[in-house]
Design a protein around this ligand. Sequence first.
Ligand code: KG4
Ligand code: ZN
Length: 342
Amino acid sequence: MKVLAIETSCDETAAAVIGDDGRTLLANVVESQIAAHQPYGGVVPEIAGRRHVESVRPVVERALAEASLGLDDIGGIAVTRGPGLVGSLLVGIHFAKALAWARGLPLVGVHHVEGHLLAPLLEHPDDAVFPAVALIVSGGHTSLFHAERFGRYRRLGRTLDDAAGEAFDKVARLIGLGYPGGPAVQRAAEGGDPEAFRFPRPTVDRAHLDFSFSGLKTAVLTVTRELGPEAIEARRADLAASFQAAVVDVLVAKALAALERTGAQRVILSGGVAANGPLRARFRHEAEARGFGVLIPPMRFCTDNAAMIGVAGARRLAAGQVDALDFDAESTLPMPEEVACA
Ligand code: KG4
Ligand code: ZN
């Protein structure tokens, strides 16, 4: 069956259509709200929800048109159930429920992070993906999983405070860059010296696989206070490069430690922060040098999109999973069959 997927968990209104094989992408539309939130320096939940209300129908219509399909051709619907902003999630969920109800179509709610984790399936046959270690780094999540097979994700570690993307966004503000912070920091770091400031590499010790980025953020804050506005501007490239290098070091070290611990031969890097160029390059280099298979989706499938929700949803629908029309949006939600590592 062809699956229509809808994603509205944060500040992107997205719709995609997945083909009968459960993997081929027939359409992928992402409408970003960046311009609406930019004046406020971050995502304003109230604005995000209202923009989704305006955009969800045209975005779904564009996806169907891009796939040259009508609703009659769609066999099932997948929608992001959570985690995310509840007021944003509800827009996609209710639009999906209305379609499912009116058309008598099966509907499945998808975990946003499972979507990120399965994004490599858009390009690889399933059996070439699992088992794998998966590092999901986004604005809301920084988690390491042992993805044993589809639907079974053993959590190895998570952030104890800020997510990696959140750290990028906060540091961007400290050094006078706008929202979204990640791409701005990456651009500012070009030409900067990553060793100009020796920022801490929090929790790089190999004893555990949790992350912590608040100490790094505080270290940047302390330095910016000492420097003052003029020196911050003069040294912005060095500040950005040094911060970025610290984050990349931590993420790569933890992923390698997880590979060692689990014995997995493949590693997935996904989520919005996986769009970061230096992270992608270092991650691939270090893992491949040790003989691991590396799966990093193209950038457009790393940041929020509905294609990844469609791939996850198509697999669940094919397995017979259908949700009743009364399921709710969830701001937090454990991964399906998530088992915390002892
Ligand atoms: O996955 P995503 O689009 O949304 C969430 O699920 O949170 O991730 C958004 C996050 C933001 O924090 C953004 O700053 C970060 O991903 N990001 C980046 C880059 N592009 C997006 N961080 C570092 N470098 C980038 N190039
Ligand atoms: Zn995301």
